[in-house]
Design a protein around this ligand. Structure first.
Ligand code: HAM
Length: 432
């Protein structure tokens, strides 16, 4: 029986994995500039955490969670998103009683039982941030601008920001009444889930993916017409702050997002390069979540980027621009060896160079000289060291610079000197 990767999961192999590393390293660098520090929370959590925070009527909780009972009979769930775990961890560690806002980021796998297609997987990776402890509209703008700064530093030009406000709990209560009134005449055209949602949580109809329900969105009134004065002021101050930062955006009054915890600002960043699954990043403000989980009142703002989608876009951006070496692992030095003694010496030489920070490869299969030399150039090695019988006898290796073929002898065992030769300074001196 052939065992394959489970549906909706995939392996990330070299060289694609190098694009992932670039995305992750760039994210860490940009987030650090804005004062965010990494947090790592468990991959599985108690099921209740997601039911209570992500929301019991959401698609995520009702249809998409990987939930199972562990051996002690507890219900646990593979995290479908990162926000609830981060809030739980911050509460558990007592971090939310400080005066300063806490700024966290995370990078890691999430799990949703969705219908897989390009850009949509059952195991996918998110790059998320959570700013806990600021209600200021400038915090919304700062965090959204950070997402865009990340995209632009990765060369993604067409990231488009859409914002909206879903108000606070009372604004939503009045909006729900208006939305229900507008949709009740169309009840028969809604999917069975949305017919039920019409009574319990009509807002969720706005993010239903069933085509009939999606078409009815046009009939929905605008939530922006149902905001209280404070929420309306917040929304305009967010816009002012975005303008002050020169961040272009559009307002989309239908953007309510498919998770229950949002208050006031919601946003998404889309990219035309992604096709049907065009949401690259989504997030917003969630001022009530921490308190609803038993913590002190803590206004918060965050987002998560779909890393799989970001890497897909990056692939399109760098296509043809980045020459990838043909060898699976590029090396500074390739050791070409001949004979048993040469092999033994190559083995020791590789260890000595690696311990000095020089990426070193050699061919353990001991293929012939020509094959080893062509492997050395295929993997982009800048130098080769040749160790055969005569080199061992002379106690000197032949060091060859690949860019111009210039070769010189270096004393055997002089690892520090060889390291100097093959890193920066040595380049000029070879053959001098
Ligand atoms: P979300 O909109 O559910 O928000 O997910 C954020 C991003 O994750 C999406 O825009 C998309 O790029 C990516 N994504 C979601 N599902 C999949 C999938 N099945 N395959 C590939 N990529 C996917 C959240 O998860 C919130 N926790 C964001 C947040 C943080 N809000 C406040 N703080």
């Amino acid at each position: 029986m052939e065992i394959k990767a489970s549906k909706g999961t995939r392996d990330i192999l070299p060289p694609e994995v190098e694009d992932w590393q670039l995305v992750e390293e760039t994210s860490r660098r940009i987030f650090a500039l804005y004062g965010f520090r990494e947090i790592r929370t468990p991959i599985f959590e108690s099921t209740d955490l997601f039911v209570k925070s992500t929301g019991s009527d959401t698609d995520i909780v009702t249809k998409e969670m990987y939930t199972f009972t562990d051996r002690a009979g507890r219900s646990v769930t593979l995290r479908p998103e990162g926000t609830p775990g981060v809030v739980r961890a911050a509460l558990e560690a007592g971090l939310l009683r400080r005066l300063e806002a806490e700024r966290f980021y995370y990078i890691g796998p999430m799990f949703r039982y969705e219908r897989p297609q390009k850009g949509r997987y059952r195991q996918f990776s998110q790059i998320g941030v959570e700013l806990l402890g600021s209600a200021h509209p400038a915090a919304d703008a700062e965090v959204m601008e950070m997402a865009l700064a990340l995209f632009s530093s990765l060369g993604i030009g067409d990231a488009r920001l859409q914002i909206n406000s879903v108000g606070h709990a009372e604004c939503r209560a009045t909006y729900r009444v208006a939305l229900r009134e507008a949709l009740v005449p169309h009840r028969d055209r809604l999917c069975p889930d949305c017919q039920r949602r019409l009574d319990v949580n009509p807002l969720r109809i706005l993010d239903c993916k069933v085509p009939g329900c999606a078409a009815l969105k046009e009939k929905a009134p605008s939530i922006l017409d149902h905001l209280c004065d404070d929420c309306r002021t917040h929304m305009s101050r967010v816009q002012e702050a975005l303008r002050a930062l020169d961040v272009p955006f559009t307002i989309n009054p239908r953007l309510v997002r498919g998770l229950d915890y949002y208050t006031r600002t919601t946003f998404e960043v889309a990219s035309g390069g992604l096709g049907a699954q065009n949401a690259l990043c989504g997030g917003g403000r969630y001022d009530d979540l921490v308190a609803s989980m038993g913590g002190p009142p803590t206004p918060a703002f965050g987002f998560a980027i779909g890393a799989d989608r970001l890497v897909m876009l990056l692939g399109a951006v760098v296509e043809g621009q980045r020459a990838r070496p043909a060898c699976p692992s590029p090396a500074d030095v390739y050791i070409v060896h001949l004979g048993q003694a040469g092999f033994d010496e190559a083995f020791r030489a590789a260890r000595a160079l690696r311990s000095r920070g020089v990426a070193t490869l050699f061919d353990p299969e001991s293929r012939d000289l020509k094959k080893q030399m062509s492997r050395a150039s295929a993997c982009g090695a800048r130098y080769t060291i040749i160790i055969g019988d005569s080199e061992i006898e002379r106690r000197a290796y032949a060091l060859k610079r690949m860019s111009d073929g210039i070769q010189k002898d270096v004393a055997a065992g002089q690892w520090d000197e060889i390291t100097r030769e093959v890193t920066h300074g040595g380049q000029q001196r070879v053959g001098a």
